[in-house]
Design a protein around this ligand. Structure first.
Ligand code: HAM
Length: 407
């Protein structure tokens, strides 16, 4: 006997599940299109080398599904969309007119340990803005992410927008901690893991990299170390930019923005402002969105830089968020009406009624099983069908029929 379970860490979508998924996708689409973003798509297969260039060792070596095709090429199931969209934009850079506002809802695959909020497959809304080098891009993208949360019915105290800057981190690492690029990478990965390790272990590891990094600088707190670091122009500049983004968002009424010095983001390609939206519910202790600026990524395809800012938002974490706030609408079948004939004699009229209702724009199923009516009503209600029309001798004779509301 074969097992009926899906492959580990992936989902089957039964109609009730797909209803929720569609609700999430529709809300995403409506919101991003209202900001003028247009949809694109691509294949789930990509050459593995696309991720080797700038995504980072963890995603390539530990999380990517890879295989060798019949022609001996190494192929990956895409673990994220950013390198794909960068490739597409780079390929047509001469024909495209910037700024570009693009979005997509790809299915992504990562070999992870399945747990709440983390699967081996997920859909991710990707929203990216190309061609704007100034912070107006970050502000638009983060406001859009906030608008998505609002359109799902989320309140400000349900989530937190955590924001930081890769540029600021790099400036501190280079100028203040005096680290070489390799040490910087090690420290960045260590900070990324900080919340998941004992405090002493973090300090020991950080001290191995640099005495100064041991006392990791908190950009949100004004200390003596902070003052000293701010004397470096590169650090001061990056901090000023970060403050300006936060201030501008607050001015727009987005009050749940916080500067989080420990936010570093896993991917190597980020170059500037980075951000995540966090679910405050301790049960869903994960990020709903993650993104940032990646001005250098398109250079892996040759040619000049193209400034880019964007984010990804997953359906799994979004559904957990909505579930714990009871924000998921009740299931409704896309089949709106069921026409049932009581007996063979009513069959033809029942068929004509179904056709008439379809012509009027309704989604109509027709049952010619002649089972007990009470039983058919019960089954239709269980399937979430809104109404039923029962056709018998009387309806056939009079030509009139009633729609019974199953709710
Ligand atoms: P990411 O932080 O890896 O970013 O993923 C973004 C979001 O996708 C996460 O916050 C989470 O909601 C969801 N997600 C990621 N992995 C999983 C998983 N295994 N199971 C369920 N949900 C998951 C990126 O992928 C960047 N490429 C986003 C981006 C776009 N940056 C710039 N543009």
């Amino acid at each position: 006997m074969l097992n009926t379970d899906p492959y580990k860490g992936v989902r089957d979508f039964y109609p009730e599940d797909l209803f929720v998924e569609k609700y999430i996708f529709d809300t995403w689409r409506k919101t991003v299109e209202s900001f003028g973003y247009v949809e694109y798509d691509a294949s789930i297969l990509e050459p593995t080398e696309l991720y080797e260039a700038k995504s980072g060792a963890e995603i390539v070596n530990e999380q990517t599904y890879q295989f060798i095709d019949r022609g001996g090429r190494s192929v990956a199931l895409r673990p994220e969309m950013t390198p794909t969209v960068a490739r597409m934009v780079a390929a047509r850079r001469r024909d495209l007119s910037f700024p570009l506002r693009w979005y997509s809802i790809p299915n992504l695959f990562r070999y992870e340990r399945p747990q709440r909020g983390r699967l081996r497959e997920h859909y991710q809304l990707n929203v990216d803005l190309f061609g704007i080098p100034s912070i107006e891009a970050e502000i638009e993208i983060i406001s859009l992410a906030y608008k998505i949360m609002q359109n799902f019915g989320a309140k400000n105290n349900d989530f937190e927008i955590r924001i930081s800057s890769r540029k600021l981190l790099n400036a501190v690492f280079n100028n203040w901690y005096e680290l070489n690029p390799e040490q910087s990478d090690t420290l960045r990965r260590l900070i990324d893991k900080k919340a998941r390790m004992p405090a002493e272990e973090f300090q020991q590891e950080a001290e191995k990299i640099s005495r100064k990094a041991f006392n990791f600088l908190d950009f949100a707190k004004d200390s003596a170390d902070y003052q000293e670091a701010m004397a470096f122009p590169e650090i001061r500049e990056a901090k000023t930019e970060l403050d300006a983004v936060i201030e501008s968002l607050k001015k727009q009424g987005i009050k749940n923005v916080v500067l989080d010095s420990h936010l570093v983001r896993g991917f190597d390609y980020y170059t500037g402002i980075i951000f995540e939206i966090f679910d405050i519910d301790p049960k869903n202790n994960r990020s709903l969105f993650g993104g940032g600026r990646y001005d250098d990524l398109l250079t892996i395809f040759g040619g000049d830089k193209i400034p880019a800012v964007g984010f990804g938002m997953g359906d799994v974490t979004m559904e957990n968020f909505l579930e714990s706030r009871k924000l998921i609408p009740p299931y409704k079948s896309s089949c709106e009406l069921l026409v049932v004939a009581m007996d063979e004699g009513s069959k033809e009229f029942a068929e004509s009624v179904a056709e008439k209702e379809r012509a009027a724009g309704k989604n109509v199923a027709l049952n010619l099983t002649y089972r007990k009516i009470a039983d058919q009503i019960k089954r239709a209600a269980k399937q979430g069908i809104a109404g039923i029309i029962v056709i018998g001798e009387e309806e056939k004779k009079s030509g009139n029929y009633k729609i019974k509301d199953l709710k």
